[in-house]
Design a binder for this molecule. Structure first.
Ligand code: PYC
Length: 437
């Protein structure tokens, strides 16, 4: 049962009131910190590794939905400095598998009410999402997705090039291009949301419930007992805490909510994950007048693009082909991005790219995440988020919190358990991953 949010109480105490904002704007008074810098505790009921959207949302829902507040979130950098700060902020639920559709739809529902729930303007923009098809086989996949989506009540349908042009006039839907647009999967509930506002919203709300957010705190080891492997790690054992760059913490429950380092952290508990880690590059242009009303994705051209409220175009691509932790940008990415996006929107040829960056994506064999308990008792994972982690933040937090608090795997995440790889029961979502990987 959800308690009255302490964030609302804080606001009532005028900390973030309009009067408070104006007073501070005109005075030398310093701004209040949005979350505390807590003392480093030596025992918590739950330790969450990773201070991104997933970790913070898990902490928030543990407190808000289950009354568990003796929780630490450990982040080796600053909050939101991993995948949560590096994604392209796209949200949607038009997946290919029934399991994926139900799961991401719950996330979209939570994103819809987030501004109210967290009392923060997270700039949710439900602007519609187009996945373009340039080949007959891509069109067939779009029809397949549309049917799966509709069966589950998701607003999603295949539209023709004329309708694509009506929705997004800057797209070239002529036949005089290398990859003509044959149609698109149109998903009106899809859109964008301000990714760092989501991080700040969950962080502030979790902190207000008393959750300790420890930044610059790196996990060096996961401490276990009774397992088959060295130091009591591995199957058959149970977790007893973590060793960090600031000291040891004892805890009966540890949740691995990391991206990029998911397999490294899991191996500290003696748990092997079927994950390879690849960089994914993205880029942003200078701001221009708003002209792109939808999110546009092209699987065949390996590109997706949306326009921010400030007017910048944000682009992403598929993951780089080699497994590495290296996050430097490459000229190949920029060249391919430019040539592909200009094929779709020749009118933007004179816009200048401002910046490019990369994040790390933990890819699983079936393009679905790994969530729930592991063979080490008390050690849970919320990992394997490939290129779709940000949009799943709220539902993952909600479901992982329920899993940890109740000691039972909720139905919505049951298909994503680690054991599916040994059972051969995969949830093949490659056809609905952002672009062909
Ligand atoms: O799955 O929608 C997606 C996505 C967008 C950017 C990366 N992945």
């Amino acid at each position: 049962m959800r308690q009255t949010s302490p964030v609302i109480k804080q606001r009532r105490a005028a900390k973030y009131s309009l009067g408070g904002l104006i007073r501070r704007g005109f005075s030398k008074e310093s701004w209040p910190r949005v979350w505390r810098e807590p003392e480093f505790g030596s025992h918590y009921d739950v330790v969450i590794i990773g201070g991104g959207v997933h970790g913070l949302a898990t902490a928030y829902y543990l407190a808000a939905n289950h009354g568990i507040t003796n929780v630490a979130v450990l982040e080796k950098g600053y909050l939101g400095s991993g995948g949560s700060g590096r994604n392209t902020a796209i949200v949607r639920s038009n997946y290919l598998t029934p399991e994926g559709v139900a799961f991401y739809d719950r996330s979209l529902t939570l994103y819809n009410s987030m501004a109210r729930d967290l009392n923060l303007n997270v700039m949710f923009s439900e602007r519609g999402h187009l996945t373009l098809a340039h080949t007959d086989s891509a069109l067939r996949t779009m029809h397949w997705r549309a049917e799966v989506n509709k069966l589950q009540g998701i607003n999603s349908s295949v539209i023709d090039p004329a309708e694509v042009k009506r929705l997004t006039p800057s797209l070239d839907v002529s036949e005089n291009v290398r990859y003509p647009i044959l149609g698109a999967l149109y998903h009106p509930p899809g859109g964008t949301i301000r990714h760092d506002a989501v991080v700040w919203g969950y962080a502030r709300a979790a902190d207000a419930y008393g959750v300790d957010l420890h930044q610059k705190t790196e996990v060096l080891d996961v401490l276990c007992t009774g397992g088959d492997g060295p130091e009591g790690k591995g199957p058959g054992g149970r977790v007893v805490g973590v060793r960090t760059s600031r000291g040891d913490i004892s805890a009966p429950l540890v949740v691995n909510c990391t991206a990029g380092w998911a397999s490294t952290i899991a191996s500290m508990a003696g748990v092997r994950l079927p994950i390879t880690t690849h960089p994914l590059q993205a880029a942003v242009t200078e701001p221009v007048k708003v002209f792109l009303p939808t999110v546009v994705v092209s699987g065949s051209l390996h590109v997706y693009v949306s326009q921010t409220d400030r007017g910048e175009l944000v682009f992403g691509a598929s993951v780089d082909p080699m497994a590495t932790y290296q996050m430097g940008g490459t000229l190949e990415f920029t060249e391919e991005l430019a040539s592909h996006v200009l094929e779709l929107m020749p009118g933007i040829g004179r816009m200048r790219l401002l910046r490019q960056w990369a994040g790390l994506c933990d890819m699983t064999p079936d393009y679905s995440p790994v969530m729930g308990p592991t063979p080490v008792e008390g050690f849970h994972v919320d990992v394997g988020w490939g290129t779709y982690g940000f949009k799943a933040g709220p539902v993952s937090g909600e479901q992982m919190a329920a899993c940890v608090a109740n000691g039972r795997v909720p139905e919505l995440i049951a298909p994503f358990g680690l054991e599916r790889f040994s059972r051969g029961d995969l949830v093949g979502e490659k056809g609905a991953a952002a672009v062909g990987h």
